[in-house]
Every structure is written in structure tokens, then in C-alpha cells.
Write a protein that binds this ligand. Structure first.
Ligand code: MRU
Length: 368
């Protein structure tokens, strides 16, 4: 996507330096810092510390991480056990997003098919880049399929702005291009539909106010940042036509894990008869589980992410303590929205209702 006229992605392979590079999302929107990932430890750090974040991007980073593991440590990646253990370390970086396991396993299996070391490196590199390009195309298709949902609402409103609420950042920064939840928004905007986005700030790390607001602003999309608790109120007052969120892992039966607070938005949307859509590429489905509440591991992060807020102060990024120094805090990073609260899924294969039968009718290859 364009940033100040320049094409940007959140991750790329820089041919000149032969290095994997990423945007360090911890400093956006105030500073645009590029970071090199030279080692598996760099890659794990980037995923854990959320230099890169968002399910499809974590998957892409893990995929390139397998390639990186083959380019270090004196050809150690020729040894299958060593390579597998590096992949295990990569997969342990964060527990909730399905895409990480999917991306790492896909590249690992391509690499393992090659016994020759040089061929192994090439296979891993090609497969990781294929993951990245495919995810970009998937997000573009999500945009095309989601467009009709926004178009229909726009027609019903006789061209009045369509108000869409989103939570966290499921934009191109979280993916490769377009985003998942934001793809239909960008596509509608590019097709001349009047859209306005309510951006949940998304405490504690503010992916909404820092990243989604930045992205939308750079694309020229009209948006307003709101507190995480404002959604119910604005829904009750007819100020939201549609909710679209992304997801980190969705079960084959349609239970959705996404950023903490998503469940409360789904409850409020249900109570106010507002369509609640989840946009995702197929790499985010966990085809092995049905019960999201029981079976999706929910990441708990450092409580200091809640205790401190970070922002720009007199031109410098500063961290500030909010609660009393002695208060403890609990930082559950995701929650699960049961399928019954989801109106439908927007995927690269089309839109479907949130039932196992409907999901499998789009993905018949996943039937058991
Ligand atoms: O903790 P994060 O920032 O990695 O969480 C990201 C989200 O919850 C996104 O909504 C999700 O990954 C969907 S991204 C297209």
C-alpha cells in the first residue's frame, strides 16, 4: 500500500543487502523505523515483542524465519533435527495466531523435501516468498468479496456514509497488502463509496489508534478513533452500520479468536441488530478444532503493557505509568467470540455464514 506516495509492505526481502526487513510497528505512527532480521533470535524477538504483529504478518515472518534459520550457523540447517528444532522455537514465539504455525510448517516441509543444502535454502526462500505473495492476493480477494456487503448498505442508505466499526489493526500492517478487515473498506473507498470507520483504540497497545488510524489516514479514508468502551453506545444510537474485524485463529465451526474486546463488540452488535463480519484468509482457520473457548490458547502478555502507556511527548516517544506502582495487572491479549454472534466470514473464496457446514462448503478440501 502507498505511504506518502511510496509502495510499502510491512515485510520484504531487500535484494541489495540480502536481508529480511520489517517495519518496526512499535514506533508507529510517530516514527517509521526499519529493522533487519538476520537471525532466528532476531525473528523470534520481532514476533514476541510485536515489532511485527497481526496474524498473517506473523505467518509471513515465521515463513521467512525458516529461510533465515538455514542461512546461519555454518550450514547447520542441513541437519533435519536442527532445522525442526529451530522451527519449533519460531512457533513458540506467540501462541494464538494460527498463521505462525501454518507459515513455518509450510516452509519447513518444502525445505525438508530437498536433501542438498543449496537446494534446501532455495526451496525455503521460494516457499516463504510464495506465502507472502499468496497472502497479498488473498487479502485483495477478501476486499473484492467484502465490497458487496458495504455496497448494499450504501445503496440502502442512498449513498450516505457507511459507518464501519473495527477493532485492533487488521490492516495491511497486520498482513501484507490491503489487510483483512480493512480490505473491504479500502476497496469500497477506491470504488467511490462513502465510508467512515470507527476505530477502537484497542488498549493496551493501541493497535487501533496507532496503526489502523495511521493506515486509514494515509489512504485518505475518513475515520474517528473511539475508546474501546464506546462501541455499545454508538451502536445504540444508530451510528454503526457494520462491524468488520480480523481474527488470529478461527475454528472449523466458526468460533473466532481476536484481540481482547472483540467479544464485547460482537455482543453489542447482536443486541443492536448490526451485522458483525470477520474477514480472514484460509491460513487463519484451525481445521483441527471446533470449540474456540476450550481449545484456542489465549496469550497472556507482560502486565507492564497495561500499567504503562506510550505516546509522543514534546516530539519524543515516552512511557508513562498509569495505576499505582503496587497494583497488579492481568494482560489477556485475545478473546473468543462464539460463532453464534458472527454474521459471516469474508474469505478469499467468498462470503459464508458462521457455521461448520457453510465454512466447509467454501473449503470442501478440509472436510474430514
Ligand atoms: O496482538 P496483535 O496486534 O498481533 O493482534 C492482532 C489482531 O488481533 C488482529 O485483529 C488479527 O491478527 C487479525 S490481523 C489481519
Amino acid at each position: 500500500m502507498k505511504v506518502d506516495g511510496k509502495d510499502m509492505r510491512p515485510i520484504w526481502f531487500d535484494k541489495k543487502s540480502e536481508t529480511v526487513q520489517v517495519i518496526d510497528q512499535r514506533f508507529l505512527p510517530h516514527e517509521l523505523i526499519i529493522k533487519d532480521l538476520n537471525t532466528v533470535d532476531d525473528t523470534i524477538y520481532a514476533i514476541k515483542e510485536m515489532v511485527v504483529r497481526g496474524a498473517p504478518l506473523i505467518g509471513a515472518t515465521g515463513a521467512l524465519g525458516v529461510y533465515i534459520s538455514l542461512t546461519q550457523e555454518n550450514n547447520k540447517g542441513a541437519d533435519n533435527d536442527y532445522l525442526k528444532s529451530e522451527c519449533k522455537r519460531l512457533k513458540n514465539a506467540r501462541p494464538t495466531a494460527m498463521n505462525l504455525f501454518w507459515g513455518v510448517d509450510r516452509v519447513l516441509s518444502a525445505a525438508l523435501q530437498q536433501a542438498d543444502y543449496g537446494a534446501r535454502i532455495k526451496a525455503a526462500f521460494d516457499e516463504a516468498l510464495a506465502v507472502i505473495e499468496e497472502e497479498a492476493i488473498n487479502c485483495q480477494k477478501i476486499g473484492e468479496y467484502g465490497l458487496s456487503i458495504i455496497e448494499n448498505i450504501s445503496k440502502m442508505k442512498n449513498g450516505e456514509p457507511v459507518n464501519i466499526l473495527t477493532h485492533c489493526n487488521a490492516g495491511w500492517l497486520a498482513c501484507i497488502e490491503y489487510g483483512t478487515a480493512t480490505a473491504p473498506v479500502y476497496t469500497a473507498f477506491d470504488n467511490g463509496i462513502d465510508v467512515h470507520v470507527w476505530v477502537d483504540e484497542t488498549r493496551p497497545l493501541n493497535q487501533g489508534s496507532r496503526l489502523t488510524a495511521w493506515e486509514l489516514g494515509k489512504h485518505g479514508v475518513n475515520h474517528t478513533v473511539i475508546t474501546d468502551n464506546a462501541g455499545g453506545h454508538i451502536m445504540q444510537h444508530g451510528m454503526v452500520d457494520l462491524v468488520i474485524v480480523g481474527t488470529d485463529r478461527t475454528t472449523r465451526a466458526g468460533d473466532v479468536a481476536n484481540k481482547i474486546g472483540t467479544y464485547l463488540k460482537a455482543l453489542a452488535a447482536k443486541d443492536n441488530d448490526i451485522p458483525f463480519y470477520v474477514a480472514l484468509p484460509s491460513s487463519t482457520f484451525d481445521w483441527d478444532i471446533t470449540d474456540g473457548i476450550a481449545d484456542i490458547p489465549i496469550e497472556e502478555r507482560d502486565p507492564d503493557e497495561i500499567r504503562y502507556v506510550q505516546g509522543l511527548c514534546h516530539g519524543k516517544i515516552k512511557r508513562v505509568l498509569i495505576p499505582p506502582e503496587t497494583s497488579s495487572a492481568a494482560n489477556h491479549a485475545f478473546d473468543v467470540t462464539p460463532a453464534r454472534l458472527v454474521t459471516g466470514f469474508i474469505t478469499e473464496r467468498g462470503v459464508c455464514r458462521a457455521t461448520q457446514q457453510d465454512i466447509l462448503s467454501l473449503f470442501p478440501d478440509k472436510k474430514k
